[in-house]
Design a protein around this ligand. Structure first.
Ligand code: CA
Length: 225
């Protein structure tokens, strides 16, 4: 799941980003309204967390522009308690929900998950391929009867491959979906994570689930190899 945070308070943005990443979300951050609208238009997100008071362009304007353009990505608006704007206005401009600052991360996470459920983006609670099963909400991974411990990033790579089971995913597609917008490192990092996943998921078992398609990328075999 990919989340865009548009928030000029760097400390808040960093904390939310860190928290969501620990829950296996992929997170991009924009620190002003102009960048926020650009990123929201440029890329598909599952949820946008949108502050109202922003340099460049305020949250209401961003929300209105997206809705006018027919973009109905769920939006959680962040409102200030004693700000000049009120919460009803957030909903009037087309936001799906609002959260009053200061908020705790657990409340934000619950709202984000509720929006995903409401928009039907997380209706499939578990993914299965052969005897491999993952639950993105509890972040549990099992193969047969065996629990497999994965790091947050490993889990995110596997979740992406499982959501697209049977399809060949290139390294750059995996990178775009699992790493954040600002990542400019070596795409070969994907190979490192595939190697970790194989070691944990495939090597101890008879059938191999993760296939390498030479020159094209990786494919998770839905039949379990
Ligand atoms: Ca602000």
């Amino acid at each position: 799941m990919r989340v865009l945070i548009v928030e000029d308070e760097k400390r808040v943005a960093a904390a939310v980003k860190r928290g969501l990443e620990a829950e296996a979300f992929t997170v991009d951050v924009a620190f002003d309204g102009t960048d926020g609208l650009w990123m929201a238009t440029e890329r598909r997100y599952d949820v946008i967390v949108l502050d109202i008071m922003l340099p460049g362009m305020n949250g209401y304007k961003i929300c209105e522009s997206l809705r006018t353009a027919g973009d109905w990505t769920p939006i959680l608006m962040l409102t200030a308690k004693d700000g000049e704007y009120d919460q009803a206005e957030a909903l009037d401009t087309g936001a799906d929900d609002y959260l009053t600052k200061p908020f705790s991360f657990v409340v934000l996470l619950a709202r984000v998950r509720a929006l995903l459920r409401r928009s039907g983006r997380s209706e499939t609670v578990t993914y299965q391929a052969g005897d491999l099963r993952i639950d993105p909400v509890t972040r549990r991974c099992t193969r047969g009867e065996t629990d497999v411990e994965l790091t947050t990033r490993e889990f995110a790579v596997l979740e992406f491959l499982m959501r697209r089971a049977g399809e060949v995913m290139s390294k750059s597609e995996i990178l775009d979906n699992v790493w954040d917008f600002a990542f400019e490192g070596d795409p070969n990092i994907v190979e490192v994570y595939i190697r970790h996943l194989r070691k944990k998921l495939d090597e101890p078992f008879d059938r191999q689930l993760i296939q390498t398609i030479r020159g094209a990328g990786y494919r998770l075999d839905p039949e379990g190899g």
